[in-house]
Ligand binder design. Sequence first.
Ligand code: UGA
Length: 433
Amino acid sequence: MKLTVVGTGYVGLVSGVCFSEIGNNVICIDRDADKIDRLKNGEVPIYEPGLQEYLVNNMNNGRLEFSTDIKYGVKESDLIIIAVGTPSLPNGEANLAFVEEVARNIAVEMNGYKVIMTKSTVPVGTNERIKEIICSITDHPFDVVSVPEFLREGSAVKDTFSPDRVVIGVENKRAEEIVSELHKPLTDKVVVTDIRSAEMIKYASNAFLATKISFINEIANICDKVGADVSNVAKGMGYDKRIGPHFLNAGIGYGGSCFPKDTDALIQIAGNADYDFKLLKAVVDVNKHQRYNILDKLQQVLGNLNGKKIAIWGLAFKPNTDDVRDAPANEVITELLKLGADVSAYDPIAMDNFKKSLDQDGVSWSETAFEAVQNADAVCLLTEWDEFKEADLNQLEAAMRFPVLIDGRNVFTQEQLSESNLIYHSVGRPRLQ
Ligand code: UGA
């Protein structure tokens, strides 16, 4: 199949590369000329395991190309994928300006029947709006289809090649057959539905996952008070097939470019329909507070943090990505600086992005994990990178002035800690020495 993907962000780039890998001819379009130049040179602007190899292979075999020219993409393709951003407006609503602009640009260049497939996360009714826009500009026949994306950063390639399901929101058989054909090599778990339900499935899925995280974090906070261990609680709950074992890792809460944005947007979607989504508002509120949990623990051990050297291990919102959007590290570091702490920080991949995102001076950036903890009064683990999980705890203890480890992601086991004299606190697990 010949297809064009408009937008080379996370979703667009990964989809374009993976669709070319399964045998399609793909043109990826972006209006950012610098980015397109870099991509043409085989440079991937994000850190995503496996992506670069597939990108280079498919460029070399002629199935994948990059361009800034949307006219070329539309004319050459039967199927056009919209994968541009829908960032939050100040009130939490999704900003649809980019999606609408792309719809207009596609309409102007149409030269025959096209399937316009939206992968961007968009509020219910947006695909109908896209249809209206295109109809107002051209008489060429077309269908709109909603195929929400469920890939996770850090495992985006793997998720695209073996998705749990593909959701196809569609209005007629002609478009359904084309889009089903495209996804056939990926999975047979396909949910075909109406367009509005497909749009809702994406928000409902992310909101439900965020709810699981805030739920287990509240259970963890209660475990801290009553002396239970949230890891065992989650394990015991997870064997129940109706609950499931995933997304029950307690910690300092969720971040990233998706859950915070999509939960806010769904609250707005509900509000616009005159419905107060109380449960989801509580989920968001719990998540905001959970980031500060680690600071409370730090103050319990060290008292006043003024002048204390606090090391931060991990700046990305989760491991295996250089994405720092809405990363808990941002609030934690900002608050530590406010309290007068002397902060040294390290992340294996996300340092550069984090430096750009933090509008504060005063952090000392370390080249290695152990440089950051040298003579520190405490180290806070905020992202569960393997490098930290595998750290030698005796070496850690020896490097620090005061051996306090606050583990915001519950990565260390009792067994690992039994050999060291670290003063260890985690989230919702009894204090271990
Ligand atoms: C999330 C969804 O998992 C994807 O299905 C969806 O496609 C994507 O959003 C999106 O809408 O584009 P992502 O944000 O890449 O993917 O990352 P996740 O692995 O879901 O993690 C999100 C956050 O939740 C991270 O901060 C992570 O640390 C946190 N988390 C996750 C927990 O605190 N506990 C858990 O048990 C699981």
